[in-house]
Design a protein around this ligand. Structure first.
Ligand code: UD1
Length: 418
């Protein structure tokens, strides 16, 4: 396990290029399990989570080659429709194999993920969607056994869920007949998955809306895809630039995927310069406190909630950060407090008092985005912060400290224990 040693108070300047989106790459990799074929995915981020998913696909029987952000996947030899606990417990997105494996093999065995660092995170919506499509679901020693041919149906999601929408969509493209998914997630990663499924031959209407209409196909075919830029990585660097930057340029981003974040940055007094597929920004003279409430896309993303809190520690006054998607997702609060942040947490509502003087301290990484927030805070703290357990960052951010080094930050990776 590695740790970061972060020397604070170096102004960021320069350019970074955003990598491909983890949360788009993983379901698209799962989708290749739907049909025995050969697939090429480009701009795939080289992350711990990508490599975990590759291991899972290899266990299922796929042949995978991953070189220079290009994935070549051959799913013709797949013959073991199973996702073991050892992998699913380390990465919940493994659950994405449920829909494709059920649709292709008519039976699969997928471990329940268990808890996560920010609460229970149930999978009931995934399971009820499979049941609506005609599957029989049973629980056997912590494993879900899903069985039966999938048949077109109407699925009404009570809550907008990215993962459950993805799983239902993947199963439905090979179901017999038509499926309607109501209250479908509209996140860009779901749109990207739907576009890839179309390239495989799926018939999907309503892409990008809350109602998806799928006409099931008996056969699909090989496909190639370029993974969309990671809006959460882009948002993290945008907030870093607003917090500690002078002319920070973030390239290869989709501005239309970042509307909510850009609106909040503008309200905080940040002026952004729009360039061709890039944005340039600096820390404003005064950071105005701005409240956020997380919501499904196109609302403010929960995956950028912690980073916003880091930003607000330097605002001229108090702001409120409310997470309505994951009400327990506040593991970063005690760590930011160790650096001097003044945050009062009441259930899912945090009040951040700014501006506060921050001083480096030993802190711990708890999940991907909480870790990013700690790094941002450490960048403006006086002295040195030691962040342990950075494998969380390695799960979701490609070359995180290298990109920050390109902007002039001083972040050194050391083996834990040094
Ligand atoms: C995905 C993202 C994650 C992001 C989240 C919300 C991936 C791999 N992960 O996670 O980074 O934070 O979207 O944008 O893309 N829920 C249920 N029952 C279910 C499923 C979800 O109650 O069966 C609830 C969740 O507890 C949560 C809400 O639905 O309150 C939304 O979660 P969901 O969109 O499913 O998140 P994930 O797909 O797991």
């Amino acid at each position: 396990m590695d740790k970061f040693v972060i020397e604070g108070q170096h102004t960021l300047t320069g350019e970074i290029v955003v990598s491909g989106a983890k949360n788009a790459a993983l379901p698209i990799m799962a989708a290749t399990l739907l049909w025995p074929g050969g697939y090429v995915l480009r701009n795939v981020p080289d992350l711990r989570d990508t490599r975990t998913f590759i291991r899972l696909m290899e266990l299922i029987g796929a042949q995978v080659v991953f070189v220079d952000n290009r994935l070549d996947i051959d799913t013709r030899g797949c013959n073991r429709p199973e996702a073991p606990y050892e992998l699913v417990k380390t990465m919940r997105a493994s659950f994405y194999v449920l829909g494709p494996l059920l649709a292709r093999f008519g039976r699969c065995r997928v471990s329940l993920p268990g808890g996560c660092n920010w609460g229970p995170r149930p999978v009931d919506l995934h399971l009820s969607a499979m049941e609506a499509l005609g599957a029989t679901i049973t629980l056997d020693s912590g494993y879900i056994i899903a069985e039966g041919p999938v048949m077109g149906a109407t699925i009404n999601f009570e809550i907008s869920s990215v993962g459950a929408t993805g799983n239902a969509l993947m199963a439905a493209v090979r179901a017999q007949g038509e499926t309607i998914i109501n209250n479908a997630a509209q996140e860009p990663e779901i749109v990207a998955l739907a576009h890839f499924l179309q390239k495989m031959g799926a018939q999907i209407g309503g892409i990008g809306t809350t109602t998806l209409r799928i006409t099931g196909q008996k056969e699909l075919h090989d496909a190639e895809e370029e993974i969309i830029p990671d809006r959460i990585e882009a948002g993290t660097f945008l907030i870093a630039g607003a917090l500690a930057g002078s002319k920070v340029r973030i390239s290869n981003l989709r501005v239309d995927h970042l509307t909510a974040v850009l609106e909040k940055l503008a309200a905080a007094g940040v002026t952004v310069r729009h360039l061709d597929q890039a944005i340039e920004l600096s820390r404003p003279k005064t950071i105005t406190p701005v409240n956020i409430v997380t919501a499904p896309y196109p609302g403010y993303p929960t995956d950028l909630q912690a980073q916003w809190m880091a930003f607000m520690t330097q605002a001229e006054g108090s702001s409120v950060v409310q997470d309505n998607i994951y009400v327990d997702r506040f593991a970063h609060v005690p760590e930011l407090s160790r650096l001097g942040a003044q945050i009062n947490l009441n259930y899912n509502v945090a009040t951040v008092k700014g501006p506060t003087e921050l001083i480096g301290a030993p802190v711990m990484s708890t999940d991907i985005r909480a870790s990013a927030a700690i790094v941002l805070t450490a960048l403006v703290a006086e002295g040195t912060t030691e962040l342990s357990r950075v494998y969380h960052i390695d799960r979701g951010y490609e070359a995180f400290e290298k990109k920050f080094a390109m902007l002039g930050a001083r972040i050194t990776r050391l083996p834990e224990g040094d």
